[in-house]
Design a protein around this ligand. Sequence first.
Ligand SMILES: NC(=O)c1ccc[n+]([C@@H]2O[C@H](COP(=O)([O-])OP(=O)(O)OC[C@H]3O[C@@H](n4cnc5c(N)ncnc54)[C@H](OP(=O)(O)O)[C@@H]3O)[C@@H](O)[C@H]2O)c1
Length: 216
Amino acid sequence: MKIAVFGTGSVGETLGSKLIDLGYEVMMGSRTAHNEKAVAWAKKAGAKASAGTFADAAKFGDLIVNATLGSGTVEAFKMAGEDNCAGKTVLDLSNPLDFSKGFPPSLFVSNTDSLGEALQRAVPKAKVVKALNTMSCLLMVNPRQLPDTHHTFIAGNDAGAKDQVKAILAAFGWKPEEIIDVGDITGARATESYLPIWARLYGSLKTGNFNVKIVR
Ligand SMILES: NC(=O)c1ccc[n+]([C@@H]2O[C@H](COP(=O)([O-])OP(=O)(O)OC[C@H]3O[C@@H](n4cnc5c(N)ncnc54)[C@H](OP(=O)(O)O)[C@@H]3O)[C@@H](O)[C@H]2O)c1
C-alpha cells in the first residue's frame, strides 16, 4: 500500500519513518515540491520514501495521513486537490491548537465544530478518520513503550475507513481493545477537546510519555 504523509514536522517524520519500517511506500507532502526537510527525510528513509507537494502525495497515496499544522490543515488539503483525495481514507491526527497567547494553547475551533469536521467538509469525497491526536507522536507509533494498557480513540463517518485506520494502528502495536470508537466525525470535537488537559498534564509531568487508560 502507498501512503501519503502530509507534514514535514516531527510528527510527519515519525509516522513516515515508522510506515517505511513497516514496509509501506511513503511520499511526504508539503507546500513546495522540494521542501528541504521532506527531501532530507526521503533520502534518509531509503528507496521506498519520496517527497513532493501535497498534490503529488495525494495522487500517490492510497491513504493519506494528515500531520499538518492545525491552522494549515484545510489549506493543505485545498492545495492537495479535492479530486486527488476522493475516495481515500484520511487518518487525521492534527489538532486545532492556537499558541498565539503562549503555553498552554487554546483551541481555535471547539464545542460545536472541530478540525476533523472542517477537514471532512474540505474534502467531502474523502473519508476522514480522526485518530491518534491525543498523545505524543512517539507513543502513536510505539504504544508498547508504556508498561500498561492505554487507549486511543477513532471518529469518522465511514466504517471501511475506520477499519483501514485500525489496521494501521494494529501495525503500530495497538491492541484491538485499546482502540475505542467514539462515533462519527463529530467525535473529533471530543478528542480534540482533550488537548487542553493533555497540555496541562505535560506541564505538570514534564514529559509527553503518558496516555489515558479507560477503566470500566
Ligand atoms: N507533536 C506531537 O507529538 C503531536 C501529537 C499529536 C498531534 N499533533 C499534531 O500533529 C500535527 C503536526 O505537528 P508537527 O509538530 O509535526 O508539525 P507542524 O509544525 O504543526 O506542521 C508542519 C506542517 O504543516 C504545514 N503547514 C504549516 N502551515 C501551513 C499552511 N498555512 N498551509 C498548509 N500547510 C501548512 C507545513 O508545510 P510545509 O512542509 O510546506 O512547511 C508542514 O508540512 C499538528 O496538527 C499537531 O497538533 C502533534
